[in-house]
Design a protein. Sequence first.
Length: 305
Amino acid sequence: MPLRLPDHLPAIERLKLENIFVMDETRAHSQEIRPLKIVILNLMPLKITTETDLIRLLSNSPLQIEVAFMKLKSHTPKNTPIEHMMMFYKEFEELAQENWDGMIVTGAPVEHLSFEKVNYWDELVHIFSWAKKHVTSTLYICWAAQAGLYYHYGIPKYQLPKKMFGIFPQKALYPEMPIFRGFDDVFSMPQSRHTEVRREDILANPNLTMIAESAESGVSMVMARNGREFFITGHLEYAPNTLDKEYKRDKGKRNDVEMPEHYYIDNDPKKGPLVSWRAHANLLFNNWINYYVYQETPFDIKLIG
């Protein structure tokens, strides 16, 4: 089944070229199906790119999914046309009038700041608090994972000596969990961050379960409330060339830019990336939608919470 997306969203035409089946609202209304409702709080600077990355993965489910995009009132994006934001994004106050089967909160380029110094922190924690009662399951990605762990469970973040940048092998600690159905013993995850959460802090909190980690990149996945919250420190949603663009963007601008690890063929940027995470990215999002959203959410969405 396809995704239900707003008419004229730029990602639609892009994904049709990849033979991904998406459906705009006009056509979707002709089907008598109760779609899953997923809201995405997109905090990334290049919002159209992030929309496309996430929609690509959400479209792999056999279920019909209706996607909405949330924006913050307290922050104005600088890298996305205002016309795009006005056409496809709604503020929290409007979207909060409904319950949602699932929610995704993306990363944000604010790692250098303490959480309380982020100019939209107050609005963000209000959304986090609301999600606990009005969303069946929430995925927190990268910086949002650190922010969610800090707000909900008091887990601090720590500055890394150098940027965690590249593709790193991960191991599922509880492979029998539905979120890992179909996974191999080891799976790859892109990482691009300057800070981390530490395993000893996660393990010391009885409300949290660390479910995947890496000997190289540390904590990668944490679960809470029996799957109503997932915190993912990396970027399984990344397209093949995302780290390459980031590396080339920053190279020469700063002295601390290193080549992404385990990413390029033969460790040679001229040969391009070796994609090793795409299959598990699709599995993870599909498992999340199936086992933690679809099978847990009530048919009457008003009953969530």
